[in-house]
Design a protein. Structure first.
Length: 433
């Protein structure tokens, strides 16, 4: 995570100041619940709230931790400096550090998910706008990078929309999965703290109680969360790769917006490079590299160890901050992307009429020609188009076997471009409703 690829709102979730504020709220709500149960005096619980407007001194907490070698104890010591050691003596009553750390982490991931959802919504809006704009803008579809059959630019955007709509559902499921908290004490037995405390804290923090924790919240939840982020990152790369291919000089059917004063190369003034989508490909790799460590965090020793801790301190901010930046960069690229319909038609006609080969093949079989013979008849004419750039329709009209089977008008009828766009409306209704 470096400033170049960050947005302030997401970064703020992972700041020490935010973390300590969440820790404080967890402890204060736990005190309220303990007081309500009669475990601690109400005045002590009320005293903890004296710090509700305090800006916790990160440097001071770090100073204390340098001695204690324990971050939660350092924070609790600093909290006592604000509310008084006598007033704070019941803070953390019956709790263990993971109650604070894990509940806080999940609060942060839930907040991050909400920001990521806003990013996906922006991508969806951009894709839908461009899909509708180019619903019938015909371009050649490619398989293996080779001309296949006609499609439309609108369908290209629509399939990416459908993919991100699925990602939105995945993210919401991952948010639900991660939105649990645990205030269950050492090894999760509630021996020294009532389950009602957990209920209260989770309610106040916008979480659900973890049904059964050990000394930590089960890490399969986190593995699911980061796996979903990895899938979303891969979808970002999927769109980015398509745009990068479109912008290739030999294709040039679409391109990133090139702003006034922008420079493409330090050496070649003519260059317009797809730097934003290339960057998105790289950022997707960074997000995906957090998935395997999250998976490996699932297996912990007995009721807990801390092998997961150092990993999560890195991948939590790194994955969410990077993905947030990537989603918003992708949305900006799609919103301002240039599309070149004439180039799309020129590419389609680079090998004139060749994309209609399947339609001719099917017509021949319907006219009584065996599929094997029909394939040979179509392919021998198609290969001449590849080799000599001649017109496919003209080749077919000069082939006595094809004319005998279909007739001149029958051949010409198979070169109607609208044949390939007749179900675009149906697909759009499926995608957009």
């Amino acid at each position: 995570m470096i400033p170049r690829y960050t947005r302030p709102e997401m970064v703020a979730i992972w700041s020490p100041e935010t973390k300590f504020k969440i820790w404080y709220e967890i402890e204060a709500h736990a005190c309220d619940a303990q007081a309500e149960l009669g475990v601690i005096p109400k005045e002590n619980a009320e005293a903890v709230w004296k710090a509700k407007d305090v800006e916790f001194d990160v440097a001071r907490i770090d100073e204390i931790e340098a001695v204690t070698k324990h971050d939660v104890i350092a924070f609790l010591t600093h909290l006592a400096e604000h509310v008084g050691s006598e007033e704070a003596r019941f803070v953390h009553q019956g709790m263990t550090s993971s109650d604070v750390l894990d509940t806080c982490l999940n609060v942060q991931l839930v907040r991050a998910a909400d920001i990521l959802e806003a990013g996906i919504q922006r991508v969806l809006a951009a894709l839908k706008t461009r899909a509708e704009e180019h619903k019938y803008s015909v371009r050649v579809g490619r398989s293996h990078g080779i001309h296949a059959e006609p499609t439309t630019m609108g369908l290209t955007f629509a399939r990416f929309y459908a993919e991100f709509d699925r990602n939105l559902a995945r993210l919401r499921a991952a948010r639900e999965e991660i939105a649990t908290g645990a205030i269950s004490g050492a090894v999760g037995t509630f021996a020294n703290i009532d389950p009602e405390v957990e209920e209260h804290v989770c309610k106040m923090m916008g979480l659900k109680p973890e049904p059964i924790s050990t000394q930590v919240i089960p890490r399969d939840r986190h593995a699911m969360f980061f796996a979903v982020l990895g899938v979303i990152a891969s979808s970002i790369e999927n769109v980015a790769i398509e745009i990068r291919h479109m912008q290739r000089t030999e294709v040039l059917e679409g391109a990133e917006f090139f702003s006034m004063g922008q420079k493409g190369s330090s050496a070649m003034p003519h260059k317009k490079n797809p730097v934003l989508t290339e960057n998105l490909t790289g950022l997707a790799r960074l997000v995906r590299m957090t998935v395997i460590p999250a998976m490996e965090n699932v297996a912990l020793w007995h009721e807990r160890d801390i092998s997961h801790s150092s990993v999560e301190r890195g991948i939590g901010p790194d994955a969410t901050v990077t993905l947030d930046f990537a989603l918003n960069r992708l949305a900006g690229v799609v919103e301002k992307m240039l599309v070149f319909p004439q180039n799309m038609l020129d590419n389609m006609n680079k090998f004139p009429g060749l994309v209609m080969s399947q339609r001719v093949l099917l017509a021949l079989t319907q006219a009584g020609v065996s599929r094997e013979d029909a394939y040979v008849m179509v392919q021998r004419n198609a290969l001449k188009v590849w080799e000599d750039r001649v017109d496919f329709q003209e080749q077919l009209l000069a082939d006595k076997d094809v004319v005998a089977a279909l007739g001149v008008d029958g051949i010409k009828a198979k070169f109607d471009m609208e044949y390939h766009t007749k179900h675009v409306d149906t697909i759009f209704r499926r995608v957009f409703g």
